[in-house]
Design a protein around this ligand. Structure first.
Ligand code: NAD
Length: 487
């Protein structure tokens, strides 16, 4: 262990930035704390505008060579990064769990393999990118995806490496160079990713990682004239700030933001399935943007649904996320817990009833909570809590269900439970959401478009949509005449 290294369960993590293929320290640091027990993990370089500018300069310098690297070679390097991720799944899993409190078993078996898949998928997709040429009065139109330039990628703490690599992989595949700014509450796996990319042979400056507070270095990154793309996942207020900051340079943005998604349970649904879907919304202690936090149940089955839900929720095991038996770990930070509790207190004061939970647990845990008797226009129904807090409302007609489902400023996702295919088709068509799940939840394919409507986001990423965003699309129109070889 050196001055610039911390260790988590024996895994060494460099606490400095990664800029232009070198570790760079800031004069100041910030403290990284584990949400599991409040223990201090270490001191992380606290980036300043100077390091933000240095990272963009490194990305700019590396861009021409990376953009000119043949796609097969870019794809090979992305697969080499995926190999590196796979070799270090155990390290990445324990470091991420210690840093953000999500379950070790899901990091091991689901999330980190998916991180490797992010690189493999976009490497392979890059090689298939093609638009069939078409003719205009004998002229050929050829569409190509040109690398756009240095890209700033800013990510949140709820799924740090998963969400970072969902951006890093397509940006690199597209031929862009990257400055990644992970969330200050979860800086560690981004640093490990820099190590893995370097070991895989990614040239210096192609991937840069700057640590620090968004409030201190965000503007320097997002208002920089050399930045050609900004992809952000996080909250609506930050997205508005970034949009203003990017405006002077008209930098294209992709924004993946919050949600207040509904779960619609119709009386014709398989009720056990519907209850399972509802209880699943507590995953990651409710810190999931896509979570269906508003349960809307048809009146005739509401009592039975609530009874079965409460029974199932009572069996949830909350505790140390490193234990195999744990279902829900801690919330990320004391500040987040206070925010969650504030929402619940105000809802209870306004007349809501806690059928399940409704209070803080020991330490950094919040009791899984279900609130009923909530008004549609109340704060608890309209605002994202980002904790294990669900509301339950009832409806009597399909029209009412659709109205309640769409009646927030968000539009990230919607889930419905119904046994009637015609109803599923009818309701789906009327829902405002980037993703709709029917009798399932969280099934995500990287080739599908992903993003939100209204205040849940701007743009879509995934499959070809990612390349549409990270590239400058070019149409080349070639005439049949003027060729020397045509005489
Ligand atoms: P946040 O907006 O506070 O922070 C996100 C990132 O933005 C962090 O890295 C932060 O440092 C940075 N940041 C803060 N101020 C900035 C500024 N002025 N300029 C540039 N960057 C700045 O969000 P959070 O609390 O970390 O994350 C939770 C939010 O993220 C929730 O709203 C959740 O729904 C959303 N989210 C959305 C998705 C999605 O795919 N739609 C996925 C996960 C999380």
């Amino acid at each position: 262990m050196t001055e610039h290294t911390l260790t988590v369960a024996g895994v060494a993590v460099d606490t400095r930035h990664w800029i232009g293929g070198e570790r760079v320290a800031s004069a100041e640091t910030f403290t990284d704390v584990s949400p599991i027990d409040g223990s201090v993990l270490g001191e992380i370089s606290r980036g300043t505008e100077a390091e933000a500018a240095a990272a963009v300069a490194a990305a700019k310098a590396a861009f021409p060579a990376w953009a000119a690297t043949p796609v097969a070679e870019r794809a090979r390097l992305l697969h080499a990064i995926a190999d590196g991720v796979e070799k270090r799944i155990e390290d990445l899993a324990i470091v991420e769990t210690t840093d953000n409190g999500a379950l070790l078993r899901s990091h091991r078996r689901g999330v980190m393999p998916r991180v490797a898949h992010n690189f493999r998928f976009f490497a392979d997709w890059l090689l298939t990118l093609e638009h069939e040429d078409f003719e205009t009065r004998g002229h050929t139109n050829h569409v190509s995806w040109d690398p756009a330039g240095p890209s700033v990628l800013i990510t949140p703490w709820n799924a740090p490496l998963m969400l970072s690599t969902w951006k890093v992989a397509p940006a690199l595949a597209a031929g862009n160079t990257v400055v990644l700014k992970p969330a200050e509450w979860t800086p560690l796996t981004a640093s490990l990713l820099a190590d893995i990319a370097a070991e895989a042979g990614l040239p210096a400056g192609v991937l840069n990682v700057v640590q620090g507070y968004g409030s201190e270095i965000g503007d320097a990154l997002t208002s920089h004239p050399d930045v050609r793309r900004i992809s952000f996942t996080g909250s609506v207020p930050t997205a508005k700030r970034i949009t203003r900051s990017a405006a002077d340079n008209l930098t294209p943005l992709s924004l993946e933001l919050g949600g207040k998604s509904p779960l619609l349970v119709f009386a014709d649904a398989d009720l056990d399935l519907a209850v399972d879907l509802a209880v699943e919304q507590y995953d990651n202690a409710g810190q999931v943007c896509l979570a269906a936090t508003r349960i809307l149940v048809e009146e005739s089955v509401a009592e039975e649904f609530t009874r079965r839900f409460a029974e199932k929720a009572a069996a949830i095991v909350q505790g140390d996320p490193r234990d195999e038996a744990t279902d829900i770990g801690p919330n990320i930070h004391e500040r987040q817990l206070e925010k969650i509790d504030g929402f619940v207190r105000r809802a209870l004061d306004a007349g809501a009833r806690a059928v399940v939970g409704g209070h803080r647990g020991e330490g950094q845990y919040y009791a899984p909570t279900l609130l009923t008797d909530v008004a549609q226009d109340s704060e608890i129904v309209q605002e994202e809590v980002f904790g294990p807090v669900l509301t339950l409302q009832t409806f009597t007609t399909e029209d009412e269900a659709v109205h309640l489902a769409n009646d927030t400023r968000f539009g990230l996702a919607a889930t419905l439970a119904t046994g009637d295919r015609d109803r599923a088709a009818r309701v789906t068509e009327r829902l405002v959401a980037g993703t709709v799940w029917v009798n399932c939840f969280f099934v995500r394919d990287l080739q599908a478009p992903f993003g939100g409507s209204r205040h849940s986001g701007v743009g879509r990423e995934g499959g070809t949509w990612s390349f549409d965003f990270y590239c400058d699309l070019k149409n080349t129109v070639t005439a049949p005449k003027g060729w020397k070889d045509h005489g």
